[in-house]
Write a protein that binds this ligand. Structure first.
Ligand code: HEM
Length: 98
């Protein structure tokens, strides 16, 4: 989990640096792929913002040895984190390959 956190932090820093320089990349697709793209992108973006404090709280509770409280929040953090990671790759694939 610490490796996942370190990797995610590196990704976030490189992602923000890239978009600070390049700006946002518009989706060129039309028709049903456009609807598909936004139906994946919108929940991904909302949850990507929410996952940052969730992961930090989950991690801090574990590192302080508060495992009961850690497990209560981790039941939400883990599936949401996985969802954000997988849909992030899907959004990337649709944006640059479709
Ligand atoms: C953000 C990072 C982490 C996530 C997403 C995460 C996720 C989880 C999940 C899903 C569970 C099982 C909850 C359940 O059974 O309902 C769990 C349990 C646990 N985690 Fe984490 N974890 C993280 C970081 C850590 C770290 C850094 C430690 C060690 C310091 C740790 C120690 C534990 C322990 C001791 C349990 C209880 C295991 C048991 O009694 O079955 N976790 N965690």
């Amino acid at each position: 989990m610490l490796s996942a956190f370190a990797t995610s932090t590196l990704f976030l820093v490189s992602y923000l640096t890239y978009h600070y320089q390049v700006g946002s990349v518009p989706f060129e697709g039309r028709g049903w792929v456009r609807s598909l793209y936004f139906s994946v992108l919108i929940p991904h973006t909302i949850l990507a913002a929410a996952i940052v404090p969730l992961v930090l709280v989950t991690l801090v509770r574990a590192l302080r040895g508060r495992f009961e409280r850690h497990m209560r929040i981790a039941r939400w953090t883990l599936p949401l984190w996985l969802y954000v990671s997988v849909t992030g790759v899907a959004v990337y694939g649709m944006l640059y390959w479709l």
